[in-house]
Design a protein around this ligand. Structure first.
Ligand SMILES: [Fe+2]
Ligand SMILES: [Fe+2]
Length: 306
């Protein structure tokens, strides 16, 4: 473990190479409410599994296009590591869709089709039919959206690493490990998207605009996605309402507080913001060393509950 864990603005952890970890998870016998007795928090967090496969593969497509244009070798090396980590994140959440949702007869396609459209039609290379995918302007907008989303994911990653409420609520250990492994890697590479955006000429006004757009997209997706999953849940639980359900879940410590989420978004508007000042790299790397899935990745096999 490197001891130079302090992040300085404009730099990743010095000497730390961002590498993918080839994790595997075994979703056999995962109960539909992997947070026992808590369909609300289960399904709000489940929205992430619907969002990440399309979203993170879109990150990879944009980065594939931008990599040859990155002039700083350090930023480019970080961007390559970032892209490889995101590809494994997307594939791992796709595994949840294929195995956990299908095992419970939850057909997620009506909702994931909307997310696919968002990333391919509106944020892809021909937004609204315009052939501007290779223009520097559009690449910068795509990178700015990725940087804003990555700020939220690093915030959520830091939250999940510290969310004792999930342990107290007896979250299923395989799902908890998936969330914490992904969260830890989000903390590990939290400065990359921001640095790439800046390397490609992204500035403050664009950054603020992208955060407003990213916040709107995430609020709509969590709202619509949690409704969708409640309707599709074979146990037909009663939906408690988006805001009141969230407030109660935050009190139990199984979701982050709404105020804390809004404050995290607000920090991005600070002209001196840098993602390196969010989260704790040493804590993230320590989790990655003891994560059952990340350890199994070294030795082969899939992590299943003892
Ligand atoms: Fe990710
Ligand atoms: Fe990420």
């Amino acid at each position: 473990m490197p001891d130079n864990t302090s992040i300085v603005p404009g730099a990743q952890l010095r000497g730390h190479l961002i590498l993918p970890r080839h994790v595997k998870f075994d979703w056999t016998a995962m109960p539909v409410h992997w947070l026992p007795g808590d369909p609300y928090a289960t399904h709000v967090i489940n929205v992430l599994h619907l969002m990440f496969p399309a979203g993170e593969l879109w990150f990879c497509r944009v980065y594939n296009k931008v990599l040859p244009l990155l002039t700083d070798p350090r930023v480019r090396a970080d961007a390559e590591g970032f892209m490889r980590q995101e590809a494994i994140h997307a594939r791992s959440h796709e595994g949840v869709v294929k195995h956990y949702f299908q095992a419970h007869q939850i057909d997620t396609r009506p909702f994931t089709a909307r997310i696919d459209r968002l990333f391919s039609l509106y944020l892809g290379d021909k937004p609204f039919g315009l052939k501007i995918g290779k223009s520097r302007f559009w690449m910068c907008q795509q990178l700015g959206m990725i940087a804003a989303l990555e700020h939220f994911f690093a915030y959520l990653g830091n939250w999940v690493l510290n969310a004792d409420g999930l342990d107290r609520a007896h979250a299923h250990p395989v799902m908890l490990d998936l969330l914490r492994w992904h969260g830890a890697e989000e903390v590990e590479h939290r400065a990359v998207a921001y640095e790439v955006f800046r390397n490609m000429g992204g500035g403050y006004i664009e950054r603020a605009f992208h955060m407003l757009l990213a916040m709107t997209i995430l609020i709509v997706l969590f709202y619509q996605g949690s409704h969708f999953l409640f309707r599709a849940d074979p146990g037909r639980p009663v939906y408690p309402g988006f805001l009141s359900g969230w407030r109660n879940a935050a009190v139990r410590g199984v979701l982050p507080g709404l105020g804390s989420v809004l404050l995290a978004a607000a920090r991005y508007f600070n002209p001196w913001f840098h993602p390196g000042n969010e989260g704790n790299t040493a804590q993230a790397l320590a989790y990655l060393q003891r994560s059952p899935a990340a350890s199994v990745a070294v030795h082969g096999g899939a992590w299943r509950r003892g």
